[in-house]
Design a protein around this ligand. Structure first.
Ligand SMILES: [Zn+2]
Length: 115
């Protein structure tokens, strides 16, 4: 990537906005490349950098359609299904555990003991 124009914090030219500023206006970068960056100097640390996009190239945030809500619900549900016991937990299965809590931490008092 070539060198981007760098502007000082709060001195961004009109027509440019950070991703967060676009979002506040219901916009998204929409695939455009970063066109400039803002730098905020900090003492004894590297400057804070924010990337700027062109407002005129930004696109409206895609509205949620029933199909997108359904896809989202399906994805969230899949993340609650324990891969070991196939039960649906009321929480998202933590990736660090990889299974629901009863599977990850079997209760020894309820364990079936074979004689
Ligand atoms: Zn389980």
């Amino acid at each position: 990537m070539g060198a981007l124009p760098v502007f000082r914090w709060r001195l961004a030219p009109d027509g440019y906005a950070t991703r967060r500023q676009l979002r506040a206006r219901g916009l998204r970068p929409g695939g455009q490349p970063v066109v400039a960056q803002l730098e905020r100097p900090r003492r004894r640390r590297p400057p804070l950098v924010a990337y700027l996009y062109r407002v005129d190239l930004a696109k409206p945030v895609r509205p949620m359609t029933p199909a997108r809500w359904a896809a989202l619900a399906k994805a969230n549900r899949a993340r609650r299904i324990c891969p070991q016991c196939r039960a649906e937990a009321v929480y998202v299965i933590p990736p660090s555990l990889g299974a629901c809590v009863p599977c990850s931490f079997p209760d020894p008092s309820r364990a079936v003991r074979s004689a």
